[in-house]
Design a protein around this ligand. Structure first.
Ligand code: SAH
Length: 223
């Protein structure tokens, strides 16, 4: 369908799912369905709406970014979320990743350090009817949320210099799983960490680039 000479946002979303996700090996049908349902255009600044389905990360407010659709889908697939799973997300940003997790039936707690992003993400989640499934908190997520640990699933959407010890320890010892980009500021590896008792098995899903995790177990603020 074309509106004003442009493909409609629905058509762009369907093309993104087919080309950028399915075409590049995202297999989980539940993830593909969620990515096909959540209107990404709601999560980008108004003047970037026409780029909402571009194959790239986009700048959002407060100097942050909304990740590329492929990386959101891939991280979600690697997290392996079942309906009812409790998920801790570090780095709410636009709220888009939290919305995808909520669509999959997860109970999401997401933490953001930039106050202005928090209000905006809450508003968007409310608009989509997902507010009951997502708690948006302010704070330094590199320290996790110990009072609600253990967490069966943790997803970090900012680059950490190393895996924060607090997050390691808050991961459920009974097969808890964390997806986290780890490495220097300009280039990271997307790690999947699975905990069994006091063993943490890590593997890399490949290179990636994220904005830095700033905090007690992240990068220093002014570096
Ligand atoms: N998941 C987001 C993308 C986030 S970009 C989305 O779907 O749009 C990374 C976010 O992490 C930024 O908004 C940044 O402010 C936030 N961040 C960085 N360090 C943080 C910390 N220690 N605690 C919480 N949020 C942090």
């Amino acid at each position: 369908m074309r509106i004003g000479g442009q493909r409609s946002l629905e058509a762009q979303r369907a093309a993104m799912v087919a080309g950028q996700l399915r075409g590049r090996g995202v297999r989980d049908e539940r993830v593909l369905k969620a990515m096909g349902e959540v209107p990404r255009e709601l999560f980008v600044p108004g003047w970037r709406r026409s780029q909402a389905y571009a194959d790239e990360a986009l700048p959002i407010e407060a100097g942050q970014t909304i990740s590329q659709p492929y990386i959101v889908a891939r991280m979600t697939e690697l997290l392996d979320v079942r309906p009812g799973d409790r998920v801790l997300e570090i780095g709410t940003g636009s709220g888009y990743q939290a919305a995808i997790l909520a669509k999959l039936g997860a109970e999401v707690t997401t933490i953001e350090r930039q106050e202005d992003l928090i209000a905006q993400a809450r508003g968007r989640l409310q608009e989509l009817g997902l507010a009951d499934a997502v708690v948006v908190r302010a704070g330094d997520g590199s320290a996790g949320v110990p009072e609600e640990a253990p967490w069966p699933r943790i997803i970090v959407t900012a680059a950490a210099p190393t895996i924060p010890m607090a997050l390691r320890e808050q991961l459920d010892p009974d097969g808890g799983r964390m997806v986290i980009p780890v490495g220097p500021r300009d280039r990271q590896e997307l790690l999947v960490v699975i905990r069994q008792g006091n063993e943490w098995v890590e593997r890399s899903d490949g290179p990636c680039v994220f904005v830095p995790l700033i905090g007690s177990e992240g990068f220093p603020h002014d570096a």
